[in-house]
Design a protein around this ligand. Sequence first.
Ligand SMILES: [Zn+2]
Length: 221
Amino acid sequence: MPNTTTLRTVKNLRPRSRTGVAIAAGLCASVAVTGASVAAGDGGGEPTQVFAPATATQLADATGAQADTQQAAAEKAEELEKTWTSPIEGDYTLSATYGNSGDRWASGHSGQDFAVDTGTPVHAAHSGTVVKAGGNGAGDGPAYGNAVVIKHDDDTFTQYAHLSEVDVKAGQKVSTNDEIGLSGNTGNSSGPHLHFEIRTTADYGSAVDPVAFLAKQDLKL
Ligand SMILES: [Zn+2]
């Protein structure tokens, strides 16, 4: 079995990065596939961090959905009459609000902060599909720490950042109020809290005022 040694080598890489997979694939494509499936199947420990690739579709979403979408998405959301919920249950303190200025934010604070202890369950504010999840702000940059982005059926997106634990993966469907992870203090964070955004695309730079948006869904934070 000449492949045995190679397989172990590939598995030991535990390809957590795309670079690792690419290197393995360069060594031997067929074995790399086997190694990847073994690595993916041995979960049960910490959640594997999954990064959604920047597909052409995502890029198109990011560039195509701008000001018009913000208005249209809000109107569609009203029609859907589906339940939205706070990402944090029970007691919480609202700290930094949308639009706050300060040296932590280059161009105003892009979300609503919930000051809660690290390890507080974080819930999906609305049903949808996870589109990004993992470290490095799930691809939006290290300031967000561990993060999750969910796409909703009204073409809005919610983002949850600075998590201590991510419990969902890209592609996973979630229902309103499902637990998606635990709050934390990862990334550029001044203390344990959940940073929560409403976005018009999956990516950084498309955030709208989450309190105003949720008020239109009859949810008062
Ligand atoms: Zn924040």
